[in-house]
Design a binder for this molecule. Structure first.
Ligand SMILES: *[C@@H]1O[C@H](CO)[C@@H](O)[C@H](O)[C@H]1NC(C)=O
Ligand SMILES: *[C@@H]1O[C@H](CO)[C@@H](O)[C@H](O)[C@H]1NC(C)=O
Ligand SMILES: *[C@@H]1O[C@H](CO)[C@@H](O)[C@H](O)[C@H]1NC(C)=O
Ligand SMILES: *[C@@H]1O[C@H](CO)[C@@H](O)[C@H](O)[C@H]1NC(C)=O
Ligand SMILES: *[C@@H]1O[C@H](CO)[C@@H](O)[C@H](O)[C@H]1NC(C)=O
Length: 454
């Protein structure tokens, strides 16, 4: 994603006041009221999505939304089904997720090469992980499966761990030709950490846990994550990661919170991960005032398109954390309630008269409307159903139904769409396959130099 460089996109579609359109009421003591409010917000949000129209590409949002935000949105919609039981979007979600999975089942579709940072791919991977965890309807057996898709993202990222500079960590970008290749940022490392921790929790495979631990250690060692204080945006490897971009974003705190909680749960309540989960929970305080969530860019009025969606992820991960690290629930649930009650007051905009705004602490619609604003409001409202939602399933518990593939996304584990694994390959074959991929990419990009790190 382009959180740092995207020019501020000012949408000033002011709410059409006095239209007499429906307003959303929200009574948090009533499950039906929460579900009904969530359904109205989901409907407004999904009006932006055109990928299911004939001739359009399933999984893509129109401009100005980057590819990653569509993946994030489908994660929210999977959650929507989980929390509310509303199946009306399930076919659209399935179609979008499977189309963008790409040929190798790792969310690296060739069309998106120019926008494909580790974080962009990560948001699609986390959506697939959510589908596995909440037991979302499994794809047809001849298609890529949710758990395998999440593993495909892990496998294609783990080989990019870059020990050559800054003692380790992941770069923002995968490809040298994309700007930001020299940047090692918290969200890319956070996506990998979050996914690795959840794969450990789901499968019980200790390799994932070791990678989560290693990423946490790098984040704290390099000074991007200061426990109980802050998660900073990122750092440049051009000065061995000495200088930092000290901006703080809610999703960076949230992504490490839920990952730490997954490690806590995976380790059956290990005290080190309990303390880390608590320290991340403390860090999320940086994004609340009077119990209402906010993003720091809101005060300057300069949140870009990406940033207007970030509260969705903090809301999503706070709720999920309360489930898998129950010791946090008494702190988290009241914040979900006060924030949802504040957010719903902004849902008076747009032609529907129910579109939600950006700033929840204003008590009114601020005129900023879009996918991000709707997604954030949707997540905070539906997360108030978390305490009665069903538990995450997993292979460890014997409840998971999603089929995995530990080698997904590698040439050894590539499955064609008919579901048949390709025959085992030698190291020489693997190198050949890598070169072939590179040549295909060079062709697509008209001959740009390409080197896949490390
Ligand atoms: C890539 O772009 C082409 C042309 O727009 C489209 O037909 C195809 O569905 C796209 N593939 C993916 C995975 O989005
Ligand atoms: C870069 O920083 C790491 C600590 O983050 C240190 O271990 C390493 O020695 C440094 N490398 C150079 C070349 O200064
Ligand atoms: C555990 O995960 C690692 C990393 O993907 C993989 O190499 C290994 O085969 C997995 N082990 C099992 C038992 O699935
Ligand atoms: C979290 O914040 C509380 C209250 O300020 C403090 O007592 C506690 O030590 C903090 N815990 C961690 C792990 O940072
Ligand atoms: C792990 O999560 C489950 C819910 O999925 C919960 O019941 C259990 O108590 C959690 N484990 C710990 C150690 O908190």
């Amino acid at each position: 994603m382009r959180a740092k460089s995207l020019p501020v996109f000012v949408t000033t579609l002011w709410a059409l006041a006095g239209q007499g359109a429906a307003t959303i009421t929200l009574d948090l003591t009533s499950q039906d009221s929460i579900k009904s409010a969530a359904s109205t917000i989901a409907k407004d949000m999904m009006k932006y999505y055109t990928g299911n129209n004939p001739g359009d590409t399933p999984g893509n949002l129109p401009d100005p939304y980057y590819w990653w935000e569509a993946g994030a949105m489908f994660g929210t919609m999977i959650n929507h089904w989980h929390y509310t039981g509303d199946t009306s979007y399930n076919a659209i979600i399935m179609q979008a997720m499977l189309h963008q999975a790409g040929d190798n089942g790792d969310f690296q579709p060739l069309n998106q090469t120019k926008t494909l940072g580790n974080d962009d791919q990560g948001f699609w991977g986390m959506a697939a992980m959510t589908a596995a965890e909440v037991n979302f309807e499994n794809p047809p057996s001849d298609q890529h499966q949710w758990l395998a898709l999440a593993q495909g993202v892990f496998n294609t990222q783990v080989v990019l761990y870059d020990s050559a500079t800054c003692n380790g960590g992941f770069r923002w970008q995968k490809f040298t030709f994309n700007s930001g290749y020299n940047y090692k940022n918290s969200i890319s490392n956070g996506c990998f950490f979050n996914l690795a921790a959840r794969l450990a929790m789901y499968t019980g495979n200790a390799t994932y846990a070791q990678w989560a631990e290693k990423t946490w250690d790098w984040m704290t060692g390099v000074g991007l994550l200061v426990e109980g204080v802050a998660v900073y945006d990122g750092t440049q490897n051009t000065d061995n990661c000495t200088s930092k971009d000290h901006n703080q974003w809610s999703y960076n705190a949230g992504i490490f919170l839920f990952g730490a909680a997954a490690m806590y749960n995976y380790s059956n309540g290990d005290s080190v991960w309990q303390q880390r989960t608590q320290s991340m929970l403390n860090t999320t305080d940086n994004f609340f005032a009077d119990g209402i969530m906010y993003e720091s860019c809101e005060s300057t009025g300069k949140c870009n398109v990406d940033q207007r969606s970030f509260k969705a992820y903090l809301a999503r991960w706070l709720a999920a954390t309360s489930k898998i690290a129950p010791f946090t629930a008494s702190s988290i649930l009241p914040l979900l309630a006060t924030s949802a009650n504040a957010a719903i007051k902004t849902c008076t905009g747009g032609t529907s008269g129910t579109q939600c705004g950006l700033k929840w602490n204003t008590g009114t619609n601020d005129g900023s409307l879009g996918v991000g604003e709707s997604m954030a409001a949707l997540e905070i409202v539906q997360s108030n159903l978390v305490s009665t939602s069903s538990d995450f399933v997993s292979t460890v518990k014997g409840t998971g139904s999603s089929v995995g593939n530990a080698n997904a996304g590698t040439s050894a584990g590539s499955t064609s769409v008919d579901g048949k694994s390709s025959s085992p390959v030698t190291t020489g074959d693997r190198a050949g396959a890598g070169i072939l991929t590179a040549l295909v990419l060079v062709g697509v990009l008209g001959g740009s130099a390409l080197m896949i790190s490390p």
